[in-house]
Design a protein around this ligand. Structure first.
Ligand SMILES: NC(=O)N[C@@H](CC(=O)O)C(=O)O
Length: 429
């Protein structure tokens, strides 16, 4: 099995051919074509940028339990269309991924779908209840090799439990990805950012400080335990200040931002459209600008989608009653490219959407340099295309797409996963 990718601009610079043999990059450069076997399948990448396949640290695939909203297969399809070759599948399914068996099942479903590496995230606590640690060690030692643990959707709010989780995962190089949200400060019924807009609209909100106090506590726990903490979907400028400080102290903390928190603001709530209801909530412009700055200067390590599909009957309600969450996999690259200015180049995109997320998740086979010997996970992007998003065109099972009607810069044209073309000319192959 071989594939010749012709004329791609590697990381947006040098134009080169890439020869893939048996799922690995065999040669790069002007002599790659001459080494190709006769009858090799070719992929025209003229004018396209080649990046290592994208890696999403934060995807909700909804299987098991809510296959009406997304399955491992449809989520994998959405990921491939978005240029991803690996996704971390969050544990808040029904039942929760809190045992080795549950993790293995998600991992196997991912292999059956065969479009991206589906790496299960293990719950930190049994049933996401925040009380008793889940089977962290058994999940880590299983064939699924779980390394990232998260109660996402809920915060591990008990400091004693968080301390024990950090101590435990340290033994096998794991990381706790925290949904930083103090439940007391985010009170019952809160559905958006607490501020001028929520006051005007009569909606109960929660403030940035509900996130910041947990981020501050957790970086101190990471320091105390000598373990590694990852802040999921960071959304407030105050959290950035804490993380910047913690990194300067040498504390082992990483964080991710979602594409939507880089662009969308709390002002969008004026129409009470539940498509904009998300957790953490959309914040004011000051926070959005601080997040972009932090992504550019490296304080934020990664972009992660928090792809959160919801069936119509869960999302299309009055704002206060609708489910939290929005789609993200298919639009992430375009949103990041559109949000960040040209100083943020393709090498930066590869860093925050592939290389660093792969390192955080311990996925050694991903996030490479597009060099010989590496697994052939490659995303090919048209850097000048302008695409108007149409939610009806999505391959996700759900339609809660906040980007409907937005024009985004750049388009994923082909995706190659382990040498196999999963997406060709923008469509599933
Ligand atoms: N991000 C979201 O708004 N929703 C997530 C869970 C969560 O983080 O609340 C979901 O699973 O739907």
């Amino acid at each position: 099995m071989s594939l010749l990718i012709k004329g791609a601009a590697l990381f947006g610079t040098e134009t080169s051919d890439l020869l893939v043999v048996d799922g690995r990059i065999a040669a790069v450069g002007s002599d790659a074509a001459s080494q190709a076997p006769a009858g090799v399948e070719t992929l025209d990448a003229d004018g396209l940028v080649a990046l290592p396949g994208l890696v999403d640290l934060h995807t909700h695939l909804r299987q098991p339990g809510r296959e009406d909203a997304e399955t491992v297969l449809t989520g994998s399809q959405a990921a491939a269309v978005g240029g991803y070759t690996a996704v971390l599948a969050m544990a808040n399914t029904t039942p929760v991924t809190d045992t080795a068996e549950a993790a293995l099942r998600v991992w196997e479903l991912g292999r059956e779908a065969g479009l991206v590496d589906v790496q299960p995230v293990g719950a930190v606590t049994k049933g996401l209840a925040g009380e008793e640690l889940a089977e962290l060690g058994l999940m880590a030692r299983s064939a699924a090799r779980v390394r990232v643990f998260s109660d996402d959707g809920k915060c591990v709010h008990d400091a004693r439990v968080m301390r024990r989780a950090l101590e435990y995962v340290k033994a096998f190089g794991g990381v706790v990805s925290q949904h930083s949200q103090d439940p007391a400060l985010a009170g019952p019924g809160a559905c958006c950012h607490e501020g001028e807009v929520s006051g005007r609209l009569g909606l109960a909100g929660w403030p940035g400080i509900a996130e910041e106090v947990i981020v501050a506590r957790d970086v101190m726990l990471a320091k105390h335990t000598g373990s590694r903490v990852h802040v999921a979907h960071v959304s407030s400028a105050g959290s950035i200040d804490v993380i910047r400080w913690a990194k300067a102290q040498g504390i082992d903390v990483t964080c991710e931002v979602t594409p939507h928190h880089l662009v969308l603001t709390t002002d969008l709530l004026v129409g009470y459209d539940p498509v904009y209801k998300v957790n953490p909530p959309l914040r004011p412009t000051e926070d959005v600008l601080a997040l972009r700055e932090a992504l550019a200067d490296g304080t934020i390590d990664a972009v992660a989608t928090d792809h959160a599909p919801h069936a119509r009957h869960d999302k299309e309600h009055a704002f206060v009653d609708a489910a939290f969450g929005m789609l993200g996999l298919e639009t992430a690259l375009g949103v990041v490219r559109t949000a960040m200015d040209d100083d943020f180049d393709w090498n930066d995109i590869a860093r925050v959407m592939s290389r660093t997320p792969a390192r955080i998740a311990g996925l050694d086979d991903h996030g490479g340099q597009l060099a010989p010997g590496e697994a052939a996970h490659v995303t090919l992007v048209d850097p000048t295309a302008r695409v108007t998003v149409d939610r009806a065109a999505s391959v996700s099972l759900s339609r809660n797409n906040p980007w409907h009607g937005h024009e985004l810069t750049s388009r994923v044209v082909h995706t190659v996963f382990g040498g196999k073309v999963t997406v060709r000319d923008g469509a599933l192959a």
